[in-house]
Design a protein around this ligand. Structure first.
Ligand code: COA
Ligand code: AMP
Length: 634
């Protein structure tokens, strides 16, 4: 780690991407060397390592078993909600993955087939993902907090042959029965799934449908270990659906080659983790953070990964994270700022930290939402380790902007994610596409090509990919975030430019929630805004206008709307607040003034836009939001 190492790596990666990434790819095992590191022949769609062949599962497991790490712990499963701690060596994990891959193959799953995985944070989710990678099937993990309708949308888009699920998930206050949600999703979807493999958990067993559903234990009982398929670097490894601006989720595709190269590079360069060290990502397998840093990246370099089935607070208390770090000698933790806000709220003075030996702990990494400087300061003061904010998206799969601790420890500026990571040419453009001056807020874009590991396209939708991300500024990827670059080249990510909101580190589309509200028979029109929340960062709040003549009690309608969002999107939307208003504020051309309503709700000063149709409406909105307890400065 030397001064200037970051700038040198970054400069090299942009000047000569083929040489830079070609050198990083040497760290992996290839069954066929690539013809071209970067294939730009179909620009603006780029492919990395064209012609190359490798198997991601082989690189994540078998390679380490054969290379001397067979008995090293690959995975620690720490589950306070079931009172369990289980360790898997690289050999044990390889064997379980190979057998489950055999079980999938026995059900007819072949290379290129899709498998949806709808599971809580349990080792079997990781095993199922790697088993797909092993036989060249494409996995698509769906977060357990989504309701049946969301699962059905993903089933219809991915068209899986098999779904792998569990009987239940365990939230601190309740058991979430997954199987009825899966059954309902299968009824709602038009695609027919041939088989479901269900992990029966002792806390709640699921009813299995004869012929279609198979108990996980039965599926692996007779299965033969499957060998690693010979996959192309450009073959899809997985699809991960993420919120777009409508109710239709976007299927972000990840390939085998670029993904493995970028993730193994980032483990050293960004997180400063070496083989054999313990890395903990406290997230969910259903999110990109879970895919990249709970599952693939630590295993690709032969580190030990930790899977935690619990919460930062309440399982059993706000000291849970410190217990886990001390007990498993964790070197670095990666989570979302909201987890730390939850801990800070319960234990403001960090009194539960002192009871634990945190001497192994070197760095805290935060991402997933904008990190408020107060939370960074609290973590730094109480943990006495560098707190590193970094910015990325499901689409990129790894950090766009980061303080790359393995290259060079750069000064931390709370509120900024530091500087672009190697491979990323980050720029800020104004509405006309002109480079914004330093310090001036604009659209954050990434000049093409983006580095390996980022999405090559959307699932079976090249046109949608180009339209959504690449057409606003030709030659650039539109991140959807607004921000600025300061005099030192630090990037400050401030807000989304679209209707995506970030609730407890979970990405949600207000457009999707509006679609659910609009489908209620009494609703004429509505708007959903993300208002500031001290714990979750943002919370969705609905404003609805009722159809003329509706006489029903507003409280009843609101409670139906809340239930409808929970049923159709899921508990994860945390949609609990809505109010009925007579009209929505609009411009004269009919555009709903969401930003103005957000400012009112957050208690920020605002000016009625010059284009507003009827300024008299704003005090009415303020009164309605005040009745929800909003409009106070946060
Ligand atoms: N399966 C089923 N339901 C789930 C779920 C899952 N995997 N994950 C969350 N839910 C439910 C919760 O039980 C909750 O339901 P409720 O309305 O009945 O209480 C709802 O979805 C909202 O969950 P969440 O946003 O996680 O809020 P919470 O109040 O349970 O916990 C935090 C708040 C801050 C503790 C929690 O969000 C957290 O630990 N965040 C860590 C960061 C993280 O995971 N980030 C992801 C990207 S890095
Ligand atoms: P997701 O795809 O769920 O990872 O969400 C990505 C979005 O979360 C980004 O586009 C940002 O809006 C936000 N985000 C993630 N990390 C950060 C960060 N470090 N700072 C600010 N915003 C962030």
């Amino acid at each position: 780690m030397t001064a200037g190492a970051h700038a040198a790596a970054h400069g090299h990666s942009l000047r000569d991407p083929a040489a830079f990434w070609g050198a990083q790819a040497e760290a992996l095992h290839w069954t066929r060397r690539w013809d071209r590191v970067l294939d730009a022949s179909a620009a603006p769609l780029y492919r990395w390592f064209a012609g190359g062949r490798l198997n991601t599962c082989y690189n994540a497991l078998d390679r380490h078993v054969e290379g001397g790490r067979a008995e090293q712990t690959a995975l620690i499963y720490d589950s306070p909600v079931t009172n369990t701690i289980t360790r898997y060596s690289y050999r044990e994990l390889r064997d379980e993955v190979a057998v489950f891959a055999g079980a999938l193959a026995a059900l007819g799953v072949v290379q290129g087939d899709r498998v949806i995985i709808y599971m809580p944070v349990v080792p079997q989710a990781l095993i199922a993902m790697l088993a797909c990678a092993r036989i060249g099937a494409v996995h698509s993990v769906v977060f357990g907090g989504f309701a049946a309708m969301e699962l059905a949308k993903r089933i219809d888009d991915a068209r899986p042959r098999v779904v792998v699920s569990a009987s239940c998930g365990l939230e601190p206050n309740r058991i979430v029965a997954y199987k009825p949600l899966l059954d309902e999703a299968l009824k709602l979807s038009s695609h027919t799934v041939e088989h479901c493999i269900v992990l029966q958990r002792p806390q709640l067993r699921a009813e299995l449908q004869v012929l279609r559903d198979i108990d996980w234990q039965a599926a692996v009982a007779d299965a033969k270990p499957a060998p690693c398929a010979d996959t192309a670097a450009t073959d899809p490894l997985y699809i991960l659906y993420t919120s777009g601006t409508t109710g239709k989720p976007k299927g972000v595709v990840r390939d085998h080659g670029g993904h493995a190269v970028a993730l193994q590079y980032s483990m050293h360069a960004v997180y400063d983790i070496a083989p054999g060290e313990v890395f903990w990502t406290a997230s969910d397998v259903g999110w990109a953070v879970g895919h990249s840093y709970m599952i693939y990246a630590p295993l690709l370099i032969g580190a030990t990964t930790l899977m935690y089935e619990g919460k930062p607070v309440g399982t059993p208390d706000a000291g849970a994270f410190w217990r886990v770090i001390a007990q498993h000698r964790v070197k670095a933790l990666f989570t979302a700022p909201t987890a730390f806000r939850a801990i800070k709220k319960e234990d403001p003075r960090g009194e539960l930290i002192g009871a634990h030996d945190l001497s192994s702990f070197k760095t805290l990494f935060l991402a997933g939402e904008r990190c408020d400087p107060d939370t960074i300061a609290w973590a730094q003061e109480n943990l006495r380790v560098p707190v590193v904010d970094h910015w990325w998206q499901t689409e990129t799969g790894w950090a766009i902007v980061a303080n790359c601790r393995g290259l060079e420890a750069m000064p931390i500026k709370p509120g900024s994610a530091t500087v672009p990571a190697p491979g990323y040419d980050v720029q800020v453009l104004d509405e006309a596409g002109v480079s914004a001056a330093r310090g001036t807020v604009g659209n954050i874009v990434i000049k093409l090509p983006m580095p390996p590991g980022t999405l090559p396209t959307l699932w079976q939708n090249d046109a949608g990919y180009i339209d959504t991300y690449l057409s606003r500024y030709p030659g650039y990827y539109l991140t959807g975030d607004a921000g600025y670059i300061d005099e030192d080249g630090y990037v400050w990510v401030m807000s989304r430019v679209d209707d995506i909101i970030n609730v407890a580190g979970h990405r949600l589309s207000t457009g999707a929630i509006e679609e659910v509200l609009s489908s209620h028979a009494d609703v004429a029109e509505c708007a959903v805004i993300g208002v500031a929340d001290q714990l979750k960062g943002q919370l969705p709040v609905g404003l609805v206008v009722l159809k003329a003549g509706v006489q029903r009690a507003h409280a009843q309608i609101v409670s139906e709307l809340v239930q409808r969002v929970r049923d159709q999107i899921g508990a994860v939307a945390a949609f609990k607040q809505a109010c009925v208003v007579a009209r929505l504020p609009k411009t004269r051309s009919g555009k709903v003034l969401r930003a103005t309503m957000r400012a009112i709700a957050d208690g920020r000063s605002y000016n009625a836009p010059a284009t507003i149709d009827d300024p008299a409406i704003l005090p009415e909105i303020a009164r309605a939001l005040a009745q929800l307890g909003l409009t106070q400065p946060q």
